[in-house]
Design a protein. Structure first.
Length: 275
């Protein structure tokens, strides 16, 4: 029987009950689950698990580069707040279901610096099955020969989206990891050979995979390359898990229309607070 209250896990394997809890909402908890899978290998990450008096899990939170809460009861939320008040954690963002993020932020905002940016509404989209449109046969897994260009376009996109330049060495290392795992897909222009589409399978967990960093060269936008590229990515990604997911800023109407064309539907609302 597990203890009631909050369990702090560092440097150990996370128990199967935690992953079972996260798998009840695959799209929402994909990224959190993917981080928890690597906890044993991480020196600077923590997983917090809250159990009620029946030893049932009511909350799981990952704290590392991000704080990612998956909370289902008020008691679990308040337990997390008490823990954060007693510890000095540093993270670059809080990301999760919108209601949870803002309920948490209301209670801890006085503990942290003013956010650099807040994305209040980020629809979480899901596709279970095959795309509604045909993919692009020119989209294929990147190799390490593509690394420099993948990093270049990826950093440019990250900077435009987040408003901050990522650490080059960290971004390059992550790109090497994803390319090595066969989880970065690209296509190149037929005339000059430059990358004109790129996207990653950035996370796999909770029975789903999450698509990150969908990018189309500005000179080639409006031609359907994004939709067709994502369709190919879904066809390819289904070997990793049966559910494709991604989230997008609510004001990015072009991207939302493109994903809807592929077959993605909204299943939840996320929010991100950046520091």
């Amino acid at each position: 029987m597990s203890a009631v209250g909050l369990e702090v896990i560092r440097g150990l394997n996370v128990k199967s009950q935690v992953f079972n809890y996260l798998a009840t909402a695959p799209e929402v908890n994909c990224f959190l689950s993917s981080r928890a899978q690597l906890l044993e290998k991480s020196k600077n990450s923590t997983v917090l698990v809250y159990r009620n008096s029946y030893s049932e899990i009511e909350g799981v939170t990952y704290i590392g580069g991000n704080l990612i809460p998956a909370i289902s009861t008020r008691a679990a939320l308040l337990s997390l707040v008490d823990h954060l008040r007693s510890k000095q954690y540093k993270f670059s963002s809080i990301v999760g279901e919108s209601r949870t993020v803002f309920d948490l932020w209301e209670l801890i905002s006085h503990l942290y610096s003013e956010p650099r940016a807040i994305r209040q509404s980020q629809p979480l989209l899901s596709l279970r099955g095959v795309p509604k449109i045909s993919g692009n046969p020119l989209v294929h897994p990147a190799t390490l020969a593509d690394l420099d260009e993948v990093v270049e376009v990826g950093i440019a996109m990250f900077t435009a989206e987040v408003g901050e330049v990522p650490d080059h060495a960290d971004y390059r290392s992550r790109s090497i990891e994803l390319i090595g795992a066969g989880r970065t897909l690209i296509s190149r222009a037929l005339d000059n050979g430059k990358i004109i589409f790129k996207s990653d399978i950035g996370a796999i967990g909770a029975g789903a995979y999450q698509i990150h960093g969908v990018w189309v060269d500005p000179a080639h936008r409006g031609k359907g390359l994004g939709s067709a590229g994502v369709a190919t990515l879904v066809e390819y990604g289904n070997r990793f898990a049966p559910i494709a997911s991604l989230y997008v800023n609510d004001f990015n109407h072009a991207a939302r229309a493109s994903y809807h064309k592929v077959g993605f539907e909204k299943v939840a609302e996320l929010a991100t607070i950046f520091f």
